[in-house]
Design a protein around this ligand. Sequence first.
Ligand code: NAI
Ligand code: MG
Length: 347
Amino acid sequence: QSLKIGLIPADGIGKEVIPTAKAAIEALGSDIPKPEFIDLLAGFEHFAKNGIALPDETVNILKNECDCALFGSVSSPSRKVVGYSSPIVALRKQLDLYANIRPVTSVAANPGEKPNVDLVVVRENTECLYVKQENLIIGEHGKEARATRLITERASRRIGQMAFEIAQARPRKHLTVIHKSNVLSVTDGLFRETVRGVPSLPDVGGRFDGVTIAEQLVDSAVYRLFREPQIYDVMVAPNLYGDILSDAAAALVGSLGLVPSINAGDNFVMGEPVHGSAPDIAGQSIANPLASIRSAALMLRHLGYSKGADRLDKAVDEVIREGKVLTPDLGGKAKTGEVLDEVLRRI
Ligand code: NAI
Ligand code: MG
């Protein structure tokens, strides 16, 4: 038996950090089924060369041959490029990876972090403003741009259910619903009501009785995240708020280069560091590989290989705690490969 893992490094530092996650998985030996890696293409650089950002072949191989996947990062330009659309947003939709789960944890050692942060951002991954239905018209007073924000009961219910499951499995069992329904009472109102209604769904029974639920408007949630991050356990949010909140939360632990995620659906899981392609440091071999290695751990844990996942997480935590071999984002001088070697030595 083998574990077939699709690898999609894509652009920028994705190409530098995905190989480190691969090496860390390979080091696990018999803790997991023998890994088989399949290299797959996607990204802006591929688009620039071939006119296509997400080849059909990549999607087909993921769907038909892979047990799971690891995605690096894409360089999506901030201006409109005709024919280009972000492959990660498309992949999440095409594989129905409806939940983006982003744990942010401090390890109580690195000087850039707030102590005792231990939270998970559960971000809805398929709708909200990321349906990308935008249009531009020339109105009476000049250009007018509009975007559609889609919130459905179905997507809100399944992300709500996922968030309750995650909260239920954690020691504090506390869930905060993030929204802005004081202003957007229809869209955010539907999200809020649907998530709050999850415990009383007929098929849920009393399963979530132990979970306490709170809610917070997204703007003050960011404020409280910086003031008193310890109050948060699991945060569930629509797509855009979840995207912003999780980058903000990454600042609490010292670097985006530490924060992992998985994109999860009912039938597939794809690990992905939260950071982007980091053009400011790409090509210098100084990208922090730890977010990617932690993403591999999250992916393996989701598939039930908790022993292998624990070994990866423990090795990463020890490297951070020891603080001797770290990349520049954490104040160190080490190269990506040197940090990887430290992790491998501990695995
Ligand atoms: P970014 O996450 O790429 O970088 C933000 C800052 O964090 C930069 O200073 C970068 O050097 C640093 N950083 C990020 N990851 C790091 C790592 N592993 N080690 C050390 N430092 C790290 O965000 P930015 O600059 O806003 O976006 C750059 C590009 O990435 C854009 O084209 C954007 O569209 C894309 N992007 C892609 C994502 C994805 O593939 N899922 C997510 C976010 C952005
Ligand atoms: Mg982001």
